[in-house]
Write a protein that binds this ligand. Structure first.
Ligand SMILES: [Zn+2]
Length: 338
C-alpha cells in the first residue's frame, strides 16, 4: 500500500473562500470582531467535483492508494483575525476535511489544522485537536511553528507555551506535521523560503533544546524533505557534537517527508537520513504544478523518484507504508481508514 502523508485540500469549492473572505473583511474593519460560526454552503457534489479532476485523478494516475489529507496550509493564516475568528475558521476547515474523508473513506484520512492565535494561550488548539481526534476520527494535526506569518515573534517550539499541545498529542497518540502557513512578511515567499526556512527552524529548535526527550511519544513530521536539514546533515551533527545535543536521539521523534521535487534531491535525502525516518509524500495538488522539461515528469510526482532510487524493495516498503503507519497509529483504528 502506498500512503501519501502530505496532501492539502487546495481545490475547495468557491463557498469556502467566500466565507473566509467575508470573515477577513469583517476583522479588517474591526480587529475585535467575533462574529459567529455560521455555515459554509458547499454541496457534496461540489466537493466531489473539486477532487475528482485533481487529487483523486492524480492519486490514481500516479499509483498512490491513500492520502493523509488536511486543510490548505497557506489558508490557515493564523496571523489574520483573532482567537474567535481563527477558531471558527479552523472548525469549518476541519469539518470540510471530515466530509471529504466520509465521501472517500478509502482515498483520504483526516488531519486537522488548529486555531493557534498569536499571543493567545494554546488551549483552544488543544480543544480543537481533541474535538477532531475523539469526535471525528482525525489521525494527526498540522502545527504552525510561526503563527505570526513570517515574523517569528512568538515562543519557540520548546517553550512551555506549547507543552499542553505536546501533552495532548501524546495522550491521543497523534503526530504533528510542523507546517507554516502564508507569509505576511515580504521578505519571505510563502511556499519557498518561508516553508523551507520553517522546516529547518523547527528541526533546529528541537535539536538545540532537546525538549522532545521529555515526551516519549511525541512525533513530528518535518515536511518538504526537511528543508535544509538533510543537505546540511554534517553541520547539525557537528554542532550537536560540539554542544552535547542528542543528535541521534532526536530521530526517535522526527520523520522527514519526501516532498522534494527532483531525483537528486530525493537521492540525497534517502542516502543521508536513515530509511526508518523517511515517509512518502507529494503535497499534491500544491506549490509546484508543472512538468520538468528535463524529465517529462510532474515535479511533484515524487513516487517516480522513490521508484527510481537505489532503495531495495524492503526499504521502499518502509517509506511508502510502514514508517507512516508507525507515525500515524490511528490510521489503523476503526474510525481511521484500513
Ligand atoms: Zn503542505
Amino acid at each position: 500500500m502506498i500512503i501519501d502523508c502530505h496532501g492539502h485540500y487546495t481545490t475547495t469549492p468557491p463557498g469556502v473562500g467566500e466565507w473566509r473572505d467575508a470573515q477577513k473583511s469583517a476583522v479588517e474593519a474591526d480587529p475585535a470582531f467575533v462574529g459567529e460560526k455560521g455555515s459554509i454552503r458547499v454541496a457534496d457534489d461540489e466537493i466531489r467535483d473539486s477532487l475528482e479532476g485533481a487529487q483523486l485523478k492524480l492519486q490514481s494516475e500516479r499509483g498512490a492508494d491513500l492520502t493523509i489529507f488536511s486543510p490548505r496550509a497557506s489558508w490557515m493564516a493564523h496571523h489574520v483575525g483573532n482567537e474567535h475568528t481563527s477558531k471558527y475558521w479552523s472548525q469549518h476547515q476541519n469539518e470540510l476535511i471530515k466530509r471529504v474523508c466520509d465521501l472517500y473513506p478509502t482515498n483520504f484520512a483526516p488531519v486537522c489544522q488548529l486555531p493557534q492565535s498569536p499571543g493567545v494561550a494554546i488551549d483552544s488548539s488543544v480543544a480543537e485537536l481533541e474535538r477532531c481526534v475523539e469526535g471525528m476520527g482525525f489521525i494527526g494535526c498540522n502545527v504552525n511553528p510561526d503563527p505570526s506569518g513570517g515574523h517569528w515573534n512568538g515562543p519557540p517550539l520548546w517553550d512551555r507555551y506549547w507543552w499542553p499541545l505536546w501533552e495532548k498529542m501524546c495522550e491521543l497518540d497523534v503526530p504533528a506535521m510542523i507546517h507554516v502557513s502564508a507569509s505576511c512578511n515580504d521578505n519571505l515567499f510563502t511556499t519557498g523560503s518561508h516553508y523551507l526556512g520553517a522546516d529547518t527552524t523547527a528541526y533546529m529548535q528541537a535539536l538545540s533544546s532537546g525538549f522532545m526527550n521529555d515526551f516519549e511519544n511525541l512525533r513530528w513530521i518535518i515536511p518538504h524533505g526537511g528543508g535544509a536539514v538533510p543537505y546540511h546533515w554534517g553541520r547539525f551533527k557537528g554542532m550537536a557534537q560540539d554542544k552535547g545535543w542528542d543528535f541521534a536521539g532526536l530521530l526517535d521523534h522526527i520523520w522527514f517527508d519526501t516532498c522534494v521535487y527532483h531525483q537528486r534531491g530525493i537521492d540525497l535525502l534517502l542516502d543521508v537520513v536513515p530509511t526508518a525516518n523517511v515517509v512518502f509524500a507529494s503535497e499534491m495538488v500544491g506549490a509546484v504544478r508543472g512538468i520538468d522539461p528535463d524529465t517529462g515528469h510532474y515535479y511533484d510526482d515524487t513516487k517516480v523518484y522513490i521508484d527510481n532510487s537505489s532503495l531495495d524493495a524492503a526499504s521502499k516498503q518502509l517509506v511508502f507504508e510502514d514508517n507512516t503507519r508507525r507515525v500515524f497509529p490511528r490510521l489503523s483504528l476503526p474510525q481511521g481508514v484500513q
